[in-house]
Write a protein that binds this ligand. Structure first.
Ligand SMILES: Cc1cc2nc3c(=O)[nH]c(=O)nc-3n(C[C@H](O)[C@H](O)[C@H](O)COP(=O)(O)O)c2cc1C
Ligand code: SF4
Length: 515
């Protein structure tokens, strides 16, 4: 009988050499006559251990990582195919401390199944949500999503059920479901991991959304920098068509839902929902003036659901286990779970899906293991390049939309980037403004001109002169950008700038060597 060995095909693992490791394991097995079946899974999200090789044993899967090419011979010599000890052995992976305390709902199958295999997906609970949805009236599906308390995971945290109800109520000959998979935020990778590790969950979620609001066509707007996600999504979509989970007659229901992937245009602003719609229609990614909302007049002028990957991929679990099951997790108005992405200067960067209400400190130290450099952590940026910087004194803040808002921060897409005490926060504020200047679509003045003026102000501070006066001007510029910009890129760039000034003022006022 052959032993089953898993090597991830996730882009993060591939970047660390997983493809070569898989090839070397196959070659060595052939050479030694070992019977093995090599399978390609997604990543479990323990990125400091990638490539993480797993072997199926009678006691469950035993993992080894991080495996390099040079380790393959010694793994065979140690009889890793029987789950035997080796310096890289991390034991039964399902019992790893990083995983056991998580509350995986959206990521429940990621790293476990073969991503595009419908039989694997179904064997692990997949498509049960769709079966339930097919037996319900569209309005009941919308009500279930509303009752679950799910809020959009793309950044704005708008209640998903309310958005769906608006599209449901709009009368039109054609409606659309669009999935925002542009994932441009720094330090975020949950969308990519989900699409590469369990694409059928997203496909199932979009199909349920189509049934709920009466849309027959879906598009996944995928950032072009994700070639591996593109490949696996197309494989999974082809499988879903073959087995009638997509197409003219979804599972014999007489209901139609078609789905295709469209590649993004490579600009951060194309993740803003109206820019995304412009880009999907084949135009330059530029923000549309609202109203009308996309839910009323979206893609090709028709009522359109725009949702993030994680929002849509969570829907099958809500339908399968019921709204109350999901709503019972979390705190206050932040219900359910959030896949948090730990990145930056941490010993154990990776994906941690937890119910809302965990503290930032617990995430950074108990999961992240503190700084990789061994120096004290000084700041974290939460929510991507437009998120606030929080100092160590705020690390007890809870991961909860309202608690973060109370300290001038936002959760965004759940990316958390850590910095040690060597970081210069005035440089980080300058970087935020420079990012805005580079990525601005140019439609409105506060963002297009303001971001460049902000960079110049900080440069003047760096050169000396009246730093307090420049700081006052910077704060006033932030007010103008926050109040006067047409979309979140311009109006949220003040978050990192203002928080850096508020918590790390000395970095702006200190003298610097010339040049
Ligand atoms: C500059 C900018 C970039 C954005 N980028 C993304 C993105 O990459 N992915 C995403 O889902 N939402 C992004 N958003 C938020 C979307 O506009 C929108 O709120 C979201 O896709 C709605 O889905 P949700 O309700 O499921 O969160 C961005 C917003 C702004 C202002
Ligand atoms: S804020 Fe910036 S990105 Fe947004 S519409 Fe204005 S110029 Fe374009």
């Amino acid at each position: 009988m052959s032993t089953v060995v898993y090597v991830p095909r996730d882009a993060g693992a591939l970047a660390l050499g997983a493809e070569n490791v898989a090839a070397a394991i196959a070659a060595q097995a052939q050479q030694s006559g070992a019977q093995l079946s090599l399978r390609r899974n997604g990543s479990r999200g323990l990125y400091w251990l990638e490539p993480l090789v797993e072997v199926e044993t009678p006691q469950g899967r035993v993992a080894y990582g991080p495996v390099c090419l040079k380790d393959v011979a010694s793994l065979f010599a140690a009889d890793f195919l029987s789950g035997k000890p080796h310096p890289l052995c991390v034991g039964p992976v399902a019992q790893h401390p990083y995983l056991v305390r998580q509350a995986r709902v959206t990521f429940v199958r990621v790293g476990i199944i073969e991503p595009a295999s419908i039989s694997d997906y179904r064997a692990h609970g997949g498509y049960q949500g769709l079966s339930r949805a097919l037996a319900m009236k569209p309005a009941e599906i919308v009500q279930t999503v509303t009752d679950s308390g799910l809020r959009g995971r793309g950044g704005a945290a708008f209640p998903t059920g309310i958005k769906w109800k608006t599209v449901f109520d709009a009368a039109a000959a054609q409606k659309y479901i669009t999935c925002n998979a542009d994932e441009g935020d720094s330090g975020t990778y949950a969308d990519r991991m989900l699409m590469e590790g369990d694409p059928l969950m997203l496909i199932e979620g979009m199909t349920i959304a189509g049934l709920a609001v009466g849309a027959t066509q879906g598009y996944i707007y995928l950032r072009e920098e994700y070639p591996h996600a593109h490949k696996v999504l197309n494989e999974a979509i082809a499988q879903a068509y073959r087995q009638h989970y997509l197409g003219a007659d979804v599972q014999g229901s007489g209901k139609r839902f078609d789905l295709e992937v469209r590649l993004g245009a490579g600009a951060y602003i194309c993740g803003e929902e109206t820019s995304m719609l412009e880009s999907l229609e084949g135009r330059r990614g530029e923000v549309r003036v609202r109203p009308p909302l996309p839910a009323i007049k979206g893609l090709f002028g028709m009522p359109t659901v725009v949702n993030n990957v994680i929002s849509l991929a969570t829907v099958p679990a809500i339908l399968k286990d019921g709204a109350a099951h999901y709503r019972d997790l979390g705190v206050g108005k932040s219900r359910g779970t959030l896949p948090l992405q730990l990145a930056g200067n941490l010993k154990r960067p990776g994906l941690v899906e937890l119910a809302f209400g965990v503290s930032l400190r617990e995430l950074l130290y108990e999961y992240g293991g503190g700084s990789a450099s061994g120096r004290p952590l000084r700041a974290v940026q939460i929510g991507g390049p437009l998120g606030a910087y929080l100092p160590e004194s705020q690390f007890d803040t809870l991961i909860d939309y309202e608690a973060l808002s109370a300290v001038g921060a936002l959760l965004g897409h759940g990316g958390i980037v850590a910095f040690d005490d060597s970081v210069d926060m005035a440089h980080m504020a300058r970087y935020a403004l420079e990012f805005c200047a580079t990525e601005s679509c140019g439609k409105c003045t506060p963002c297009r001109i303001g971001s460049t003026r902000g960079v110049e102000l900080i440069d003047r501070m760096f050169k000396g002169g009246d730093r307090e006066a420049q700081l006052l001007r910077l704060e006033s510029l932030c007010d103008t950008m926050a109040e006067g910009s047409l979309c979140g890129l311009g109006s949220m760039t003040p978050f990192p700038v203002r928080s850096a000034v508020k918590y790390f003022r000395a970095d702006f006022l200190k003298s610097r060597p010339a040049g």
